[in-house]
Design a protein around this ligand. Structure first.
Ligand code: UDX
Ligand code: ADP
Length: 464
């Protein structure tokens, strides 16, 4: 079967870029991305392509090429479902904040709503593709809902986990290390559905790089990949604290171990802690699944990755307070960066949120600058944490438009995101405009320690 019409439910960080690339590479397939969020869809349709709601290097060019040709953004979810022969589900699956599995399990309410909507609307056979990160065996639940509430049409469920990293999404999608497709390989209909999706990716991905597995292997592989990646970050961050105590430098250690081809050089950068919508959520999910099968040691093993990450964020903030003579009350602290990594405007689970929260609890006057994150988003992130009232957050935190405005007359500067632009700042100018001693806390190992010390800064870098 040849796919002619794709619908994607969810126009977020996964659905938007993924569909833009599928549309770019497959001009004969009509791709419609739908979302219930009208503002988001309006932004995707903004005539000024630089105003699309997601910042990703290279993405606006891809959207400019395909939008209106075979890529469409709409709020008419029903119409898009009905017209499609393949439906991607790319809605958010946050960690549950209530009930059973609170704080650990993935909240599947958005997925379930999608399934019920598809079942209600569909009048022809469809292939349903899980794109969101989901607990193992979600496909089974999806199939149950679709088969028991549908109009008698046939649904095939595939798992096709997303491995793109934000900030490099376009390149990751155009040249993926691998594409993973899980399906029911025991039946002819299942095999045909898998092949239909293989053919979509076949427009630009070589057959060697497309893996097909059973659904559960595919679902579990996604959680495992993120758990392994996050574990590397927590491992190097654990070493960063030991380095600080012993006089070793974590960058030198990372380089030395990364040259061992069995270890490899990537994902060994010590930091103020990992963030993003995936790592914590997926590991909590893995921990929850392990516990639910009675595998306590497996659960404890992976939970330690999160415990280490929380520790790293807290100790960075504690170190700022301790260094500033054990009090930051009323002191101006400039935070450079709010996004969870460079080249994205996504702030979900960003370490910056937790560091800011800690400093605000200590009554610091926090001033934030991030090149891509809006003031509204920064305030919303703090309000969501719920540590203090919305009024207090607005009183204590200031968001400014330049790094120079943030650092002027500050007692300390903290680097939270590794934006390239921060390296290129005029640090002599910043030093002159700061209160003395001028403290600089580099949570990303972005700046050159000797060079900054030579300018006069009291410089602290994570892991050295
Ligand atoms: C991750 C996975 O990489 C991707 O495959 C999956 O589809 C989604 O989750 P993402 O969260 O977008 O992608 O970014 P990633 O590059 O993995 O970074 C996650 C966090 O780890 C960031 O906060 C980053 O700054 C941090 N990190 C990463 C480090 O602190 N050190 C490193 O060496 C690498
Ligand atoms: P991700 O990083 O997984 O892409 P996002 O939160 O950026 O997560 O995007 C998910 C999108 O899915 C949101 O824009 C949200 O409005 C949308 N969404 C959630 N539930 C539905 C639904 N039932 N129908 C349509 N869109 C939905």
């Amino acid at each position: 079967m040849k796919v002619k019409n794709i619908c994607c439910i969810g126009a977020g960080y996964v659905g938007g870029p993924t569909m833009a690339i599928i549309a770019q590479k497959s001009p004969e397939i009509r791709v419609t991305v739908v979302d219930i969020n009208e503002k988001r869809i309006a932004a995707w349709n903004d005539p000024d392509v630089e105003k699309i709601p997601i910042y990703e290097p290279g993405l606006s060019e891809v959207v400019a090429e395909a939008r209106g040709r075979n890529l469409f953004f709409s709020t008419d979810v029903d119409a898009a479902i009905d017209a499609a022969d393949m439906i991607f589900i790319s809605v958010n699956t946050p960690t549950k904040t209530y009930g059973i599995g609170k704080g650990m399990a993935a909240d599947l309410k958005y997925i379930e709503l999608c399934a019920r909507q598809i079942a209600r609307v569909a009048t022809s056979d469809k292939i349903i593709v899980e794109k969101s990160t989901l607990p193992v065996r979600t496909a089974e639940a999806l199939k149950n809902i679709l088969d028991n509430t549908g109009n008698g049409v046939n649904f095939q469920i595939l798992s096709n986990p997303e491995f793109l990293a934000e900030g490099t999404a376009v390149a990751d999608l155009q040249m993926p290390d691998r594409v993973l497709i899980g399906g029911d390989l025991d039946t002819e209909a299942g095999k045909a559905a898998v092949q239909a999706l293989v053919d979509v990716y076949g427009h630009w991905v070589t057959a060697d790089n497309i893996l097909t597995t059973n659904v559960w292997s595919s679902e579990l592989s996604k959680l495992t990949a993120n758990a392994f990646l996050a574990q590397r970050v927590s491992s190097i961050n654990a070493m960063s604290e030991l380095c600080e105590k012993t006089g070793a430098d974590v960058n030198e250690v990372a380089k030395a171990i990364g040259m061992d081809s069995r270890i490899g050089p990537k994902f060994l950068k010590a930091s103020v802690g990992f963030g993003g919508s995936c790592f914590q959520k997926d590991i909590l999910n893995l921990v929850y699944i392990a516990k639910s099968f009675g595998l306590q040691e497996v659960a404890d093993y992976w939970e330690q990755v999160i415990i280490m990450n929380d520790h790293q964020k807290r100790r960075f903030a504690e170190n700022i307070v301790r260094t500033l003579y054990n009090t930051v009350s009323g002191k101006k602290i400039a935070m450079l960066g709010w996004a969870f990594k460079k080249d994205t405007n996504d702030t979900r689970e960003s370490a910056a949120i937790y560091v800011a929260d800690y400093l605000l609890n200590e009554r610091a006057e926090v001033v934030v600058y991030d090149p891509k994150v809006t003031k509204e988003q920064i305030l919303a992130d703090l309000d969501y944490l719920g540590s203090r009232s919305e009024a207090e957050n607005r009183e204590l935190i200031t968001v400014v438009d330049t790094a120079y405005a943030a650092t002027r007359e500050a007692h300390a500067v903290a680097i939270l995101t590794e934006w390239d632009a921060f390296v290129a700042l005029d640090w002599d100018h910043i030093y002159k405009a700061m209160l003395k001693p001028a403290f600089l806390f580099d949570g990303r190992r972005l700046l050159d320690k000797e060079a900054l010390q030579a300018k006069g800064f009291e410089f602290y870098a994570i892991g050295s």
